[in-house]
Design a protein around this ligand. Structure first.
Ligand code: EPZ
Length: 421
């Protein structure tokens, strides 16, 4: 297993590009199953999760080629097994988002139940309730969910809770249903809007994405398209925090500023300065950071995927901050590792009380989940001495060679391949 070693004490300076969004690419790769002709995606991030999804699509019978420019030809799927196997679903739970497209396009799907993951139970009950409302017959057996439907029919469905993946699965199914669907209490994330954009490019009739009600007039078929994936707001936010705590001066080209208002507002409250430039966002880290209270919420609230990174900023602030996680039940696994590096954080239920500023000292830490791993790298940037982050395969799921990106900004960050983990 690879490890990454960070020498602390460098101020980050310079300009980097923001890559295509992982959480837009994954559902859009699934949307390619809905069409009769190939789809080409551009600005695709080179991530292990994207590769896992491509493996799943190939296993279903798709012809998949290219990486940054990715072409998915679904014409071989009809005669396939229409199954998302346990090995792939347990590796990446976003695999369940093939369910809606397969059911809508081929009338059948067999998906391994994802099981839990590090950050929580993450059930898919809302996905299944929504597909049932559209007419799917669903049976659960041997850890798999089997879905059948001659032709899905439009319906009104209200989600019990806001779910990004659930919204995306039901949206894609409704796009090919007979009649109109009205989905309420849907997720408003930018990645849901991006999925609606590409579905409409494919010939779907999706209205209201980005609000809490989405109306979809089903059509009989959809065609493949050429689409450039929008920039990754969480990758951008991660580098914003790295610049902010290292008293850096970093410009993020193509940063999706309009999708980052909650994050920018909280960082400004802490004393970080921003300048919107013609093609991105400049981040200026102050000499002294002030404390902030943050509660994660569905978009447009503060994103849960930025909670761990924001916690590192809070540990560097002068004063006490409170961070509350309301989306996942176990998303504080970065806390014990940050405390080993010297942070003063105490967890009470779904809130963490942080006292700063912290004099971080480098040590060996263990990555546990994607965003927690990023927070350890960021803390290493301001730690005294060397920080060794192990099991960085978690990082590679959502960050393209993070070490080369940070090196480009002056960070002393090296990857050691195949180290004992
Ligand atoms: C998406 O996951 C993202 N992943 C996650 O990013 C992100 O943290 C999450 O949305 C919330 O914004 C992708 O887009 C690939 P949810 P998703 O369904 O869709 C509960 C990252 O770091 N729930 O919105 O799986 C669920 O347990 C990843 O990039 C149900 O109870 O998240 C959770 O507590 C991590 N029943 C909450 O809803 C359901 O049927 C939100 O989950 C579905 C969800």
């Amino acid at each position: 297993m690879d490890k990454i070693i960070v020498e602390g004490g460098r101020r980050l300076r310079g300009t980097i590009e923001v890559n295509g969004a992982k959480n837009a690419a994954l559902p859009i790769q699934c949307a390619a199953l809905l069409t009769d002709t190939p789809t080409t995606l551009r600005h695709v991030p080179l991530l292990s999760d994207v590769r896992t999804m491509n493996k799943l699509l190939a296993g279903l019978g798709c012809e998949v080629s290219g990486e940054r420019v990715l072409t998915i030809d679904p014409r071989g799927v009809a005669s396939g097994t229409l199954e998302a196997p346990y090995e792939l679903v347990k590796t990446m739970r976003a695999s369940v988002t093939v369910m809606g497209p397969l059911l809508a396009r081929y009338g059948r799907a067999r998906i391994s139940l994802p099981g839990g993951c590090a950050i929580g139970a993450r059930p898919i009950d809302q996905h299944l309730r929504g597909l049932e409302a559209l007419g799917a017959e669903i049976t659960l057996a041997h850890g798999y969910v089997e879905l059948k439907a001659k032709r899905l029919r439009g319906a009104t469905f209200v989600f019990d809770l806001v779910t990004v993946g659930g919204t995306q699965n039901v949206m894609m199914a409704a796009a090919l249903a007979k009649g109109t669907s009205r989905l309420e209490n849907v997720a408003r994330e930018p990645e849901v809007e991006e999925l609606a954009r590409i579905l409409n490019k494919m010939g779907a009739r999706v209205h209201g994405a980005g609000t809490s009600v989405i109306e979809i007039e089903g059509v009989d078929n959809l065609s493949g398209v050429d689409h450039a994936i929008l920039p990754d707001r969480i990758e951008a936010g991660t580098f914003m925090v790295a610049a902010a705590i290292s008293q850096g001066d970093v410009t993020l080209r193509h940063a999706p500023v309009d999708d980052l208002h909650a994050v920018i507002a909280k960082m400004e409250e802490a004393g970080v300065r921003f300048e919107v430039t013609p093609d991105g966002l400049r981040v200026l880290g102050p000499e002294r950071l002030g404390p902030v209270d943050v509660t994660t919420r569905p978009h447009p609230g503060f994103p849960t995927d930025m909670q761990a990174q924001m916690m590192v900023l809070a540990t560097m602030a002068h004063g006490q901050s409170l961070i509350t996680e309301t989306i996942f039940e176990n998303r504080f696994m970065h806390v014990p590792e940050l405390c080993r590096m010297g942070a003063d954080i105490s967890v009470h239920g779904n809130s963490a009380a942080i006292r700063g500023p912290t004099r971080y000292s480098g040590t060996t830490v263990m990555a546990t989940d994607l965003r927690a791993s990023a927070s350890l790298i960021i803390a290493g940037l301001v730690a005294e001495g060397r920080t060794e982050v192990r099991r960085v395969y978690h990082l590679d799921r959502g960050y393209e060679t993070i070490e080369t990106r940070l090196q480009a900004l002056g960070g002393q960050v090296e990857r050691y391949h195949g180290a004992r983990g």
